[in-house]
Design a protein around this ligand. Structure first.
Ligand code: ADP
Ligand code: MG
Length: 419
């Protein structure tokens, strides 16, 4: 029994330490787009893990060979995809064949089955909110087939051993998923912190000069408007609206920037998100139909959050406006609000079928002055992100070129005083 625990610990340590090391060099991210280089790296790390597990097997009852290599196959395939998974599998198959013995075939079959199980369930696993539940389901299905295989082909060994082996298998697998999810979350928080730092810098710099610019600007605007009313100069009369437009645009940029810089001016109250969405849609409907875009929003009940109504409207309208502006020709912008009870959140999804963004463009969205529009300010998304964070919300962008963009904004639900 002591040797069993010792080898088990060795296997578990191998898997955990490789997971941590992989995360240090290639931080795990949500819905990360993996390049071939990354896929191969994750595959090789997994393969190395599986190899070490096989080198220090838990138990060699008779000529059998029990270890936790399947976890490496499952986890790598589930998170990094079939290319990485097949690298792990390939190495496992080669090394298991080299080890040899009467149970080679069954050893190979159960390894391949782990890979197949992971490929089959990958999509469901990755898109689900409860990874732990799905890892349990995958384990149950796989271990049942695994058990049946060894029950039929390997003369029954020791019932207690099976219990320990499958128990540890389950616990290690679930803990690995838990740790990876935790690392993904931590990495995201670090990224957010770095982003907020950039915002702060941009904000402070802007705040210091914005006031100085705004005051003379207001005076200039007033004079031009006043002079344009009385003047007989045709040129001046003709071009004054243009000057005023440009002045207003400059003023808007400064206001947007000040919004980022000015912290703590939010008046949080209990809000019904659905009303806010409805108002935003109605306000933007004329702009949308002018751009040949139809907006659809179906009210789905009442969802209460804590937020500042004016700011929230500004944030949501920024996103919808970007959606409309991304559509060339005709198109649709869809707005949906759905409750996610397990996370106690309301998730607002704003999707458009516009031109979408490349992976590089997606990374830049929200950075100050990033714009691809001739009349854009490149401040809209930055202000939006800031407002949403201020209300304890989260914003995520998903986009595919030529297909469109999906923006998911989530807020914690406020269940107090439920009506
Ligand atoms: P602006 O709208 O003034 O350009 P934003 O910060 O709102 O500034 O947006 C920055 C850039 O992000 C846009 O110029 C555009 O290239 C890109 N973008 C934002 N939303 C979308 C979208 N829904 N579809 C495609 N591109 C988008
Ligand atoms: Mg914008």
């Amino acid at each position: 029994m002591i040797t069993l625990i010792k080898t088990l610990l060795v296997n578990i340590t191998i898997l955990f330490s490789l997971t941590y090391n992989a995360n240090i060099f290639f931080p795990f991210k949500v819905k990360q787009i993996l390049f071939l280089k990354h896929k191969i790296t994750y595959g090789l790390i997994g393969a190395f893990g599986a190899f070490l597990c096989m080198l220090y097997p838990i138990e060699k009852l008779g000529n059998t060979h029990f270890d936790l290599r399947m976890i490496a196959i499952l986890v790598v395939t589930l998170y990094a995809g079939w290319i990485s998974g097949s690298l792990v599998l390939l190495l496992v198959l080669i090394y298991r064949t080299i080890i040899g013995g009467p149970f080679v075939t069954i050893g190979l079959v159960v390894s391949i089955l782990a890979f197949i199980a992971a490929v089959v369930f990958r999509k469901l696993f990755l898109t689900s909110d409860s990874k732990l539940m799905w890892s349990s389901i995958i384990f149950t299905i796989y271990s049942t087939i695994y058990f049946v295989c060894i029950f039929i082909y390997v003369p029954i060994l020791n019932t207690a051993f099976y219990f320990v082996y499958f128990g540890i298998f389950y616990l290690t697998f679930v803990s690995m998923v838990f740790i990876i999810e935790h690392l993904i979350k931590t990495n995201k928080q670090i990224e957010e912190m770095m982003y907020l730092d950039k915002l702060n810098m941009a904000g402070q710099m802007a705040a210091s000069i914005a006031h100085e610019i705004r005051n003379p600007l207001t005076t200039v605007r007033g004079f031009i408007q006043h002079l344009a009313e009385d003047t007989k100069d045709k040129q001046f009369k003709r071009y004054s609206p243009l000057i005023l437009d440009e002045l207003d645009r400059t003023n808007k940029i400064i206001t947007d920037y000040l919004n980022v810089a000015r912290p703590g001016k939010y008046h949080l109250t209990r809000l019904n998100v659905d009303n806010v969405l409805h108002d935003c849609v109605e306000l933007l409907r004329p702009f949308a139909s002018y751009s040949n875009v139809s907006i659809s929003y179906h009210r789905a009940g009442r969802h209460w959050i804590n937020g500042d109504e004016q700011y929230l409207k500004q944030a949501i309208m920024n996103v919808i406006k970007n959606g409309i502006e991304a559509i060339e020709g005709q198109g649709d912008v869809k707005i949906e609000a759905k409750e996610n009870p397990s996370a106690n959140q309301i998730v607002v999804t704003i999707s458009d079928d516009g031109k979408g963004m490349t992976h590089e463009e997606l990374k830049k969205i929200g950075l100050p002055f990033y714009t691809t529009k001739s009349k854009g300010t490149g401040l809209g998304s930055m202000v939006t992100n800031k407002i949403i964070r201020e209300m304890d919300g989260m914003i995520e962008y998903e986009s595919e070129q030529e297909k469109g963009t999906k923006v998911k904004i989530s807020f914690p639900l406020d269940h107090k005083k439920l009506q």
